[in-house]
Design a protein around this ligand. Structure first.
Ligand code: HEM
Ligand SMILES: *[C@@H]1O[C@H](CO)[C@@H](O)[C@H](O)[C@H]1NC(C)=O
Ligand SMILES: *[C@@H]1O[C@H](CO)[C@@H](O)[C@H](O)[C@H]1NC(C)=O
Ligand SMILES: *[C@@H]1O[C@H](CO)[C@@H](O)[C@H](O)[C@H]1NC(C)=O
Ligand SMILES: *[C@@H]1O[C@H](CO)[C@@H](O)[C@H](O)[C@H]1NC(C)=O
Ligand SMILES: *[C@@H]1O[C@H](CO)[C@@H](O)[C@H](O)[C@H]1NC(C)=O
Length: 254
């Protein structure tokens, strides 16, 4: 993996007057080493790749998660407590401490991990926890990511409507392709919730939408797109922010 500084980045809007001082220089992105633990979650992996979570991806506590989501993305510390608790309740921890997890503990299928992911393959089709370029190509095409800004000015953003439709399309495609697809209520809820998570996390408040370049860095390199202009927003996000985005996604006819 290498870092690509998109030629258009200088033209992207940078959130004004942010009091969140983290930058790419202060929290350097490093590709995970062979002995580093990673998960099917780009949001957690990106935090580990920048050192907001332990770079080795191991022995992560709720306290570690609180500090990480606040400084990396400016979420209220307790925003994702339910997700962390879910991992503990599914008995996913292999750390020897029932209160911590290794990132790879989250790979377990049909706990939080589900079929029809945006950037991962399905359980019975092979590696279902690492980034999968072919699966992502399909999602990215639905999101119009490859159409962005040949002229660096047009088509630079993904709207909620486009993201909601892209999610539904990918989910249906996976279902059609995979005879063993598990379209459980939990998988569907997770899928919608994860689209809400990446849109909220990568929302550009000045533009009122999510930049394609930020979405590509986040999924393709599991990198927080500081180089493309991302700064954690001044206003802290929380469960309510996520809930509103979730509702907006569900309101889109797909
Ligand atoms: C702000 C923090 C987070 C962000 C931005 C985030 C974002 C995402 C996104 C966008 C996906 C979908 C990936 C895809 O469909 O290819 C995902 C998947 C996942 N996330 Fe997170 N996440 C965060 C925190 C967490 C936490 C705290 C947990 C649990 C401890 C978690 C566990 C998972 C798991 C297990 C998956 C895989 C689901 C699947 O099969 O697609 N995430 N996350
Ligand atoms: C990999 O990490 C584990 C856990 O921290 C450690 O016990 C082991 O020695 C490491 N292996 C290598 C080759 O670094
Ligand atoms: C997790 O372990 C506890 C204690 O052994 C058990 O009661 C519970 O049913 C397990 N949960 C799952 C989802 O397997
Ligand atoms: C899917 O991922 C799980 C967890 O990493 C793994 O145990 C399983 O073998 C994978 N499925 C296939 C078909 O390789
Ligand atoms: C995506 O897939 C299409 C069709 O297979 C291919 O032509 C294209 O080069 C791929 N794009 C990327 C960025 O991998
Ligand atoms: C489908 O997934 C759910 C969890 O979302 C699980 O409880 C159920 O056993 C799975 N069904 C099959 C056939 O694997």
């Amino acid at each position: 993996m290498k870092i690509t500084i998109l030629a258009c980045s200088a033209l992207l809007t940078i959130a004004a007057a942010c009091d969140c001082e983290n930058t790419h220089e202060r929290h350097e992105w490093r590709a995970p080493g062979p002995n580093n633990s990673r998960s099917p979650c780009p949001g957690l992996n990106a935090m580990a790749n920048h050192g907001f979570l332990p770079r080795n991806g191991r022995d992560i506590s709720l306290t570690d998660l609180h500090a990480a989501i606040t400084s990396a993305y400016n979420y209220a510390p307790e925003t994702l407590d339910n997700a962390f608790q879910m991992a503990l309740d599914f008995n996913l921890s292999t750390t020897g401490n029932s209160k911590t997890i290794h990132l790879s503990d989250l790979n377990k299928h049909n706990a939080i991990e589900h079929d029809g992911s945006l950037s991962r393959s399905d359980f019975n089709l092979g590696d279902n926890h690492s980034f999968d370029p072919e699966v992502w190509n399909s999602t990215a095409t639905h999101l119009g990511l490859y159409d962005a800004g040949v002229d660096c000015e047009s088509d630079l953003y993904v709207t909620v409507e486009v993201a909601a439709r892209a999610r539904a399309l990918r989910f249906r495609e996976a279902e059609a392709l995979n005879p063993a697809f598990n379209a459980s209520a939990g998988a569907l809820m997770g899928s919608v919730g994860e689209t809400a998570l990446y849109l909220t996390t990568l929302w550009d408040y000045a533009a009122g939408t999510a930049p394609k370049a930020w979405i590509r860095a986040f999924f393709e390199e599991e990198r927080i797109p500081y180089l493309e202009g991302f700064r954690a927003p001044k206003t802290q996000r929380n469960l309510e922010t996520l809930g509103a985005m979730n509702a907006a996604i569900q309101a889109v006819k797909v």
